[in-house]
Structures are given as structure tokens and as C-alpha cells.
Design a protein around this ligand. Structure first.
Ligand code: GPQ
Length: 794
């Protein structure tokens, strides 16, 4: 373990030789470059050692294919996991450099939209912590998810230039490169299919080390980018003077990793998206085969060496791609290739929303990937040959579309849902026929989160209190938090727990003041809903209730209202008009309420723009109340719900996704439950005019809707929310009206409970103590045993 003086000289060395400056001329960026190199150096020895052991001992490795990764800032996390955080702080202190500035200088790589991408990052970190050999495979988007600004309360999107100052923690590997082919024709030569592609693009690797807790094992996040130059520039056209046209192909190639599609669980019917998915998948599958063939030659043994996990259907072309490579390049018979591919592949489903279930038009597939379409057609025929009438309801291709979920299911030996309720619904509503053909293939692995980032890094005061109270070791054995239960009655501990929460609130308050000129009243109940903007997540229910609270305070200003701050965080897909309306409404309501002298000491709305992992690390530790209020049956799992509970917030929530299991763990008496169940939601939607009926039964909701309709929050444009209101009255698919009164009653119980700080803190401690099972280490342990067939520790 290096001492602070050793780290200090390492920093000075890299400042000079990697950043190329002297200390008296160094900018914050220069110091960050130096720190990146120092930490990368420290990660490199265990990284190379892990790779060597994997090769020499023939260890099986996991290949996690995902179109999204949201790793958050890398440096502090790496420092914690290398157990260097304190030494780094001391070294910078010694150098007279403010370490917080250096940490804050790092961009937050936004290579994902939300939960799915963040889950992939937690899982990679846990695989490293557990010593599970793994590669995370993704795309190195030049621009990540857009940066969100508000103008007149409206969301404005600006490009995210996360790479503008380089990427000093990663290695570029131009020699780890593969050709990815697109388009063209099929020919039959000597009874074999030959694909003559129209376009060939080179995918090159960029590797980021992913350090496990304790620094004993380091895995790789390998992101692909299209290699420009070479054959991509049409020299004939260039020499003929058509300089722009000569670069057409190069432009198209770069487009493959230029932007992340900014939608989350919504429809993506675009050729570019399918090209991106194939680009990721083909390069990754080729890399898996190359690594295998570097040490062995009998590909029939591939399942002993490699597992490929498809993170939702985005990489579901992996099945046909692996089959194609085995048949076309390695001489396998079709059936043998299918069996082998299925043993290697598995698939995680993350949604039931019909608009998110990928279906690619057959014509597009034929145009872009003709050989793959042929393989999919043959797979479809094979299912019917093998299963006969039992497969009558199974169609990989239907109504002119390839159904990627069914394809992923059919080419996997295991399929998993992400919470108990979700898996049950997947089994009953999504794949009932496929499941009947292959009983036991579908299992549940409830999501998890890494306690390193979500407690130790994000909430140092609480993490230190935990260590003082139950000793170290909880970081990699989160069930140990149960020991906190013994302290739940101890007034001294409860006070310390309350003061850790207060520290997190003060940190949030100073960040809000510095970055956004927003004041956070510290004596209030801090109530947070932070996640993507989506109708099913019902930020609308939250803001309408806020209006109702405001009206009630105004109607009875003398009453003893418990002060609240309603914090929102989240982005809407740029094309999602309804979600953007909700953003604007939150900001409009906020402007009016926050300016109201009669209520502003008891109710505020705070919506800092550009929610991302870094902001989550500030909001979650400061929260008293966690809003997990999706329409039951619609949130596959949720992972924010776990992060808040781990940080000592109480949840107000529906019986949806992993909320169900969180409530089971923490105890019904420590959870604010409200709302229709998934079954009741289905039944309610059948009732004619259910929305109007629900509104007519709730005076409180009518008052709110009337205020919105009258332009109370948009005086310059009273009709601004006409379409939003119209939807509520006439269809209300997400059952905001039906759950409004129940939500209100539950919120009133929240207030009453919060009045007794000891009681509240006791409940919060019990939440924290009982959510150890939502560690991503537990989840990855399950994947290793039940899906990847890997021994527990290597
Ligand atoms: N999820 Cl399909 C995403 O964030 N993006 C997606 O494209 C899909 C799912 C989320 C899902 O909505 C959450 O309920 C889950 O907790 C999360 O994936 C991780 O499983």
C-alpha cells in the first residue's frame, strides 16, 4: 500500500510526464490527468494478473453485452476500491491542491439512459469484487446522454461532450479490432451460404479497468468505436474533387458510435439503432471467440470457458451472430451451432412495456443483415420441427417483424426477470408459450446495487457511522448491516444516525446553493423522486399532490404543517412530449409555490437540471422520503428504491417491481404503502370511464385540476396543460386519478410519523439494516450459480 508521500511523488511524476506541466502551472485538469494515471497504474498490476490467471488457469469468463453503461465518475470509486482514498486526500493536502476540485472536474460518462445502464455498471463492479472474470462490452459513444437545461421551465437538450478533455483512465487498443459487416447479398456456393457484405467497418477497443473492492481483482469495460480512415475514405472520389462525398462511408462509420439514443423503454424503429446494436454485438462476439481460440482449438468447449449475457434485447442479435460465425467460419452444422450458442447465451428482460419490446421490420433486417435474417427464419422453422403443435403460438417472426424478445429467449439457456413480481408477469404475459416449451429456463434474479458507490462513496458520514457501530467488512458483506438492528433502540445511535442524515442534507444544500443558486431549507422533510421522466413512473401524481398540499396550506395557514421540500430529478426523452409537459408543469408549479410568501416556509419544489449518477450521489443520502410510486405492474424492478433505503430513507410506494421485496424485507410497518395492485390496475382499466369516476370522487383532485386548468401555474398561457388534463379526464392509463386519494392519505401518515424524530429514525435504521440482500454482490452470486455456471470464488 503506498504511503501519502509515495502517492505525492507519483502525482508529481505524472503531472510532469503525462500532463506535461510543472506544479506551479498546473490546472485542475492537469491534476486530474495526473491522478487518473496514478490510479490506473495502481489498477494495472492486479488487472494484468487477473487476465493472466484467467488464461493460465482456464477460468470461465462472463461477457456482459450492454448498449448502456452508466459507471459514474471513475476516480473516487477506483481510489476507494484500491483502498487509497485517504492516502490520495492526504497527498493532495500536502501538495496544497483541493482534492474536491479534482474529483469534481471529472465528467460523468453518460453512456446510458437510466436503470438498465446503471445496473450494468453495478454488476461489473460486483463481478470484480467477487473475483468473477468478466468483460463488460459496450459502445464508446462520442456523445453521451444529452445535458438537460431548463428554459422557461422547458427541457432543453444540449450535447454531452464528455470526451473533450480526453479519457485518461482508459487504454486505447487499436490492435484489438474486428471487421463488422453490413448489407450486401447472399450467394450459395457448394451448398453453403456465402455473405457478400456491402460495407465493412472496423471496431476498435477502448479498455477501462473496473477495480473490485479491496483491489484484488480487476475486470475490463471494453467499449468499441469505429476506426476511421483506411478503406473508408474513397480516394478515387477524393482525387476527382468530391472531397465531402469521398468521406460518406467514414461519416457513416463514425455515426455508429456518435450518439447514445436518448430513449429509455420506448420504441426505437431506426436503422441506425439496429446498426449500432449489431456493431456492438458482432465485435464483442468475435472478441469472445478470439480469446477462446488463443488458448484452445475445440470450439465445442466454448461453454466451459465463456458465458454471454444479453442485457435486454438490444444485443439479441448475438444468437444469430454466434451461429453464423460457427457455421460460416468454423464449419459447424446448423443444429450443433444452435445448441452450442444456446449453452453460451442468456438473456435478462428489463421491461414488459410493449413499446420497448424490440421488433425489427423483416425488410430492414434483410437489407442490413441478410445472413442473420436467414438464420432467424431457420431457427423459427427448427422450433416448430422440434416441438410440433406445442409451438403453434411461438413466432420469432410475425406481421413482418422479427420479435427480438422471443429470439433472445429461444437462443438462451436461461432467461431472467429482474424482480419477483416482474418475473411472474414475464412468465404469464410475455413468454407463456416459449416458457411452456422449455420449463425452468425462466428464473428470477432480483436486481441489486453496489454498496461501495451507493453508501461508502456517496454517504461518507453514514458509512463511517456504520463502520464505527458494527465494524468494517459490511462493504463486501452487506447482510452484516443486520447488526444495526441491535442499535435501533439506542438513543445515542439514533442521534448519530440523524446527524449523519443532517450532514448529507448540508452537503446537498451547499451544492444546490453553489451550482444552482437554490436554497434548501434544512429543517424540512426532504422528499425525493429522482429517475427518468416517464408517465408510468408518475411524477405527475407527485406534482399534483404537491399542488394539493399547497392549496390546503393556503386554506388553513395557521395549522401546524410539517415543512416539506419536494425534490425532483430526471430527464425526458427529447421526443416524449407528454413527459416534457410534466417537466414543465413541475417547474411552473415550483415557480409559483416557491414565490408564495404564505407557504414558502412550509413547502418548496426543487428541480435541479441534468440528473445523472453524480447528482444521485448527492440527492439520495439527503433524502428522508423516497418516492417509488409507479403504476403497479409497470416498473420492472427499480434500483433507486434500493439506494434510498440503504441510505436511511423511508419509502412511499406502490406494490411494484422490487418495492414488493423491499417492503417484505424491511417490514410492512416501516414502509408507506398505497395504491392499486397490479391485478387491480388491470381490472380498473377495463372499467368504462374509470378516470372521470375517480376524479369525481376526489374533491382534492378536482381542486388541483381546476387550478391547473385555470392557468394558476401558467398565467401567460392558461391552456398550456390542456392536453395533459384531457388525458387525465378521459383515459388516464397510468391511473393517477385512481391512486390520488390513497397517495394523499399515505403522505399524511408520512407527516405524522416524521413528527416523532426518534420513531422515524428507528424506522429508517431498520430499513437500512434489512436491505443488505439488495447488494449487487448477492445478485451477481446468483447469476454465477444459476445462469453462468461459475464457481462462487476463483
Ligand atoms: N430499464 Cl427495457 C431501463 O432503464 N431501460 C430500458 O430500456 C429498459 C428497462 C430499467 C427498468 O425500467 C427498471 O425497472 C429496472 O430496474 C432497470 O431497467 C434495471 O433492471
Amino acid at each position: 500500500m503506498p504511503t501519502p508521500p509515495e502517492l505525492r511523488s507519483a502525482l508529481l511524476h505524472h503531472l510532469r510526464y503525462s500532463a506535461g506541466v510543472e506544479p506551479d502551472r498546473a490546472s485542475v485538469l492537469d491534476w486530474r490527468v495526473a491522478l487518473s494515471h496514478v490510479l490506473r497504474d495502481r489498477a494495472t498490476a492486479p488487472w494484468l494478473e487477473a487476465a493472466r490467471r484467467t488464461r493460465d488457469e482456464g477460468l470461465k469468463s462472463v461477457n456482459y453485452l450492454s448498449m448502456e453503461f452508466l459507471p459514474g465518475r471513475l476516480l473516487e470509486d477506483a481510489a476507494i476500491n484500491l483502498q487509497l482514498r485517504d492516502a490520495v486526500v492526504a497527498a493532495f493536502d500536502d501538495l496544497g491542491v483541493n482534492v474536491a476540485d479534482v474529483v469534481d472536474d471529472e465528467p460523468d460518462p453518460a453512456l446510458g439512459n437510466g436503470g438498465l445502464g446503471r445496473l450494468a455498471a453495478c454488476y461489473l463492479e460486483s463481478m470484480s469484487t467477487l473475483g468473477c472474470p468478466a468483460y463488460g462490452y459496450g459502445l464508446r459513444y462520442e456523445r453521451g446522454l444529452f445535458r438537460q437545461h431548463f428554459e422557461d421551465g422547458r427541457q432543453i437538450e444540449r450535447p454531452d461532450e464528455w470526451l473533450s478533455h480526453g479519457d485518461p483512465f482508459s487504454f486505447t487498443r487499436p490492435e484489438t479490432a474486428y471487421e463488422v459487416r453490413f448489407g450486401g447479398e447472399l450467394d450459395e456456393v457448394d451448398g453453403r451460404e456465402v455473405w457478400r457484405p456491402a460495407t465493412r467497418i472496423i471496431a476498435a477497443a477502448h479498455d477501462t479497468p473496473v477495480v473490485g473492492y479491496g483491489g484484488r481483482w480487476v475486470n475490463t469495460l471494453r467499449l468499441w468505436s469505429a476506426l476511421p480512415g483506411g478503406d473508408l475514405l474513397d480516394l478515387d472520389r477524393f482525387n476527382a474533387g468530391d472531397f465531402m462525398g469521398a468521406a460518406d462511408l467514414e461519416t457513416w462509420a463514425r455515426t455508429l458510435n456518435r450518439v447514445l439514443y436518448p430513449t429509455d423503454t420506448t420504441d426505437l424503429g431506426r436503422e441506425l439503432r439496429l446498426s449500432q446494436e449489431y456493431f456492438l454485438t458482432s465485435a464483442s462476439v468475435q472478441d469472445v471467440l478470439r480469446r477462446f481460440l488463443a488458448t484452445q482449438d475445440d470450439l465445442r468447449r466454448l461453454p466451459e470457458q465463456a458465458a454471454i449475457q444479453m442485457n435486454d434485447t438490444h444485443p439479441a442479435i448475438a444468437g444469430p451472430e454466434l451461429i453464423r460465425l460457427l457455421v460460416d467460419d468454423h464449419g459447424f452444422a446448423f443444429d450443433g451451432a444452435v445448441d452450442l450458442a444456446t449453452q453460451v447465451l442468456s438473456y435478462t428482460n428489463h421491461t414488459l412495456l410493449p413499446e420497448a419490446l424490440e421488433m425489427w421490420p423483416v425488410d430492414l433486417m434483410r437489407h442490413l443483415l441478410p445472413r442473420h435474417l436467414q438464420i432467424i427464419e431457420r431457427l423459427d422453422r427448427r422450433i416448430h420441427e422440434v416441438h410440433g403443435h406445442a409451438a403453434d403460438e411461438v413466432h420469432l417472426i410475425e406481421h413482418g417483424h422479427v420479435r427480438m424478445g422471443d429470439l433472445a429467449f429461444a437462443t438462451s439457456h436461461r432467461v431472467n426477470g429482474v424482480s419477483a413480481l416482474h418475473t411472474d408477469l414475464v412468465s404469464r404475459n410475455l413468454f407463456p408459450h416459449l416458457e411452456a416449451l422449455t420449463p425452468g429456463r425462466l428464473i428470477n434474479v432480483t436486481n441489486g446495487i453496489t454498496p461501495r458507490r451507493w453508501l461508502k462513496l456517496a454517504n461518507p458520514a453514514l458509512a463511517d457511522l456504520v463502520t464505527e457501530t458494527i465494524g468494517p467488512g459490511w462493504e463486501s458483506d452487506l447482510e452484516r448491516l443486520r447488526d444495526l438492528e441491535h442499535h435501533a433502540q439506542d438513543p445515542g445511535f439514533l442521534e448519530a444516525f440523524g446527524s449523519a442524515k443532517h450532514q448529507a442534507k448540508r452537503r446537498l444544500a451547499s451544492w444546490l446553493a453553489d451550482e444552482h443558486a437554490i436554497e434548501l431549507p434544512l429543517g424540512s422533510l426532504i422528499d425525493v423522486q429522482a429517475k427518468r421522466l416517464h408517465e408510468y413512473k408518475r411524477q405527475l401524481l407527485n406534482i399534483l399532490w404537491t399542488v394539493s398540499r399547497w392549496q390546503r396550506i393556503k386554506a388553513d395557514p395557521e395549522a401546524d404543517w410539517m415543512p416539506r421540500v419536494k425534490i425532483f430529478g430526471g430527464k425526458a426523452a427529447p421526443s416524449y412530449a407528454a413527459a416534457k409537459d410534466i417537466i414543465r408543469l413541475i417547474n411552473d408549479v415550483g415557480r409559483v409555490i416557491n414565490d408564495d410568501p404564505e407557504t414558502r416556509d412550509r413547502l418548496r419544489v426543487v428541480y435541479p437540471p441534468n440528473y445523472n449518477v453524480t447528482m444521485a450521489e448527492k440527492l439520495i443520502p439527503a433524502a428522508d422520503l423516497s418516492e417509488q410510486i409507479s403504476t403497479a405492474g409497470m416498473e420492472a424492478s427499480g434500483t433507486g428504491n434500493m439506494k434510498f433505503a440503504l441510505n436511511g430513507a423511508l419509502t412511499i410506494g406502490t406494490l411494484d417491481g422490487a418495492n414488493v421485496e423491499i417492503r417484505e424485507q424491511v417490514g410492512a410497518e416501516n414502509f408507506f404503502l398505497f395504491g392499486l395492485t397490479a391485478e387491480e390496475v388491470t381490472a380498473r382499466r377495463e372499467q368504462p370511464d374509470h378516470a372521470r369516476t375517480a376524479i369525481e370522487q376526489s374533491q382534492a383532485l378536482q381542486d388541483v385540476l381546476q387550478a391547473v386548468a385555470e392557468g394558476t401555474f401558467s398565467p401567460d398561457e392558461p391552456g398550456r396543460y390542456g392536453s395533459l388534463l384531457d388525458h387525465l379526464w378521459t383515459s388516464d392509463w397510468f391511473l393517477v386519478a385512481a391512486d390520488f386519494d390513497a397517495y394523499n392519505s399515505s403522505q399524511e401518515l408520512v407527516d405524522r410519523t416524521y413528527r416523532d424524530p426518534q420513531r422515524w429514525q428507528r424506522m429508517a435504521v431498520l430499513n437500512m439494516a434489512r436491505v443488505g440482500c439488495f447488494s449487487s454482490d448477492r445478485a451477481i452470486g446468483q447469476y454465477m450459480k444459476e445462469i453462468w455456471d461459475l464457481p462462487p470464488a476463483q
